[in-house]
Design a protein around this ligand. Structure first.
Ligand SMILES: O=C(O)/C=C/C(=O)CC(=O)CC(=O)O
Ligand code: CA
Ligand code: MG
Length: 401
């Protein structure tokens, strides 16, 4: 399957991907688009020109209406876009609606309803347990029985590129707590899924319902202030140490684009309860990459995640909690077994005891003001074609408390 749109070699935005986003051009209202190569296809214009069956979804500053429309609409739209972008007979009609990515200002792609963050990498959980609770068990006693998660703050989920102001808060002191800017500002490289179709209160969504409810995946950076977190988190979990900002990538990769990336997750032992069992493998062959000030510091492997997205969805609703369009559920920090596969600085530097030395000689335990973090990811597509997730970036700004 080839597209007539010029797609640069190695681009993750080939015709097998077709991720959705919201963008605006100077002086124009935001609208929905699909990334292809170095361009974004303006779906609002395409629909207005009569080239898409339905005009309702795309002249909008958010993907929410389209995400709520459901799987049949998602699939029909994807099929139609594939035809328009691969059949040269449509080129003259479609080409005028391609906007260079450099002229398209990305917007937050959807209105975030609730934000949940899981803790599903066994390597990450074991590392953080050792650092936060030395001498304790490598995993909490519930960890192998359920995907642990916490509810985060939907209102502070921000678009990639949004500057991150260093948060202030309390941290442990010698006699009394200290108040001031965090001295342990960290990142967490994660992959999140977003709910399209809501569910009814009191009706759990089974693992097999994943494709009916979930629209797609984004990259997530769950910024974390480790000193604030360590002082506040027991017994109710993270609060202000993580709620100041969570960044997401602009492009939502559809579930349908990830079929070739699906792979068997690690064996689950003990066998999970029936509501957490899946008929299909939902690990994803996908590698993340973390850059600090332009230097690659880690390549976390997503295929090692112990709990998969359908299990997370089923767990989050097993008590009857309803889903809403725009619910964002993040995987938890993605880490692998070796140092260069760890998804956070607390692990990469072992809480600062073993700082990173960047190729330019700079040393980092945690983030300093002015530092820029960039997370990217690529999943396996059909015939080896890369399925790109774009990037999620952020630069740290100073604060005076
Ligand atoms: O084990 C802890 O006390 C803390 C763990 C985390 O900070 C990780 C978290 O936010 C969930 C995740 O990203 O895996
Ligand atoms: Ca996290
Ligand atoms: Mg966060």
């Amino acid at each position: 399957m080839e597209t007539w749109v010029p797609v640069p070699n190695g681009s993750g935005f080939g015709v097998h991907n077709l991720p959705y986003g919201v963008f605006s051009r100077r002086g124009e209202l935001p609208r929905v688009g699909v990334a292809i190569g170095d361009h974004v296809l303006d779906l609002a214009e395409l629909a207005a020109a009569g080239l898409l069956a339905d005009r309702r979804w795309f002249a909008s500053g958010t993907l929410n209406a389209f995400m709520a429309a459901g799987r049949a609409v998602w699939q029909a739209t994807r099929d139609r876009l594939t035809t328009l972008l691969t059949d040269a007979a449509y080129r003259d009609q479609v080409e005028p609606h391609l906007v260079p990515l450099s002229d398209a200002e990305p917007r937050l792609p959807f209105d975030v309803a609730d934000y949940v963050d899981f803790y599903s990498s066994r390597d990450h959980a074991a590392n953080v347990s050792q650092i936060f609770r030395p001498g304790g068990d490598p995993l909490p006693p519930n960890w192998l029985h359920l995907p642990i998660g916490y509810h985060g703050r939907a209102g502070t989920v921000v678009l990639s590129g949004t500057p991150i102001v260093r948060p202030c808060g309390q941290r442990r002191g010698d006699d009394v707590p200290v108040f001031g800017p965090t001295v342990k500002l960290d990142v967490e490289a994660e992959v999140g899924f977003v709910v399209g179709v809501p569910s009814a209160l009191g009706r759990p969504v089974p693992t097999a319902g994943f494709r009916d409810h979930v629209f797609g995946f984004v990259l997530v950076n769950d910024w974390s202030a480790r000193d604030i977190q360590a002082w506040e988190y027991q017994p109710l979990g993270p609060f202000l140490g993580k709620s100041f900002a969570t960044s997401i990538s602009p492009w939502v990769v559809p579930v349908a684009a990830l079929e070739s990336a699906r792979t068997g997750p690690p064996a689950q032992n003990p066998e999970p309860l029936p509501y957490l069992r899946t008929d299909e493998p939902w690990g994803l062959e996908m590698t993340l990459q973390i850059e600090l000030n332009g230097h690659v510091v880690s390549r976390p492997p997503f295929a090692r995640m112990y709990w998969t997205a359908p299990q997370q969805l089923a767990h989050a609703t097993v008590n009857g909690a309803a889903l809403r369009t725009g619910d964002l559920m993040a995987s938890g920090t993605v880490s692998g077994p070796t140092r260069h596969e760890r998804g956070s600085l607390i692990e990469l530097t072992w809480d600062g005891r073993d700082p990173l030395v960047l190729p330019d000689g700079q040393r980092r335990a945690y983030l300093e003001d002015g530092d820029t973090v960039r997370i990217q990811a690529t999943a396996a597509g059909p015939d080896g074609a890369p399925i790109g997730f774009g990037e999620v970036t952020g630069t740290v700004l100073p604060v005076i408390c």
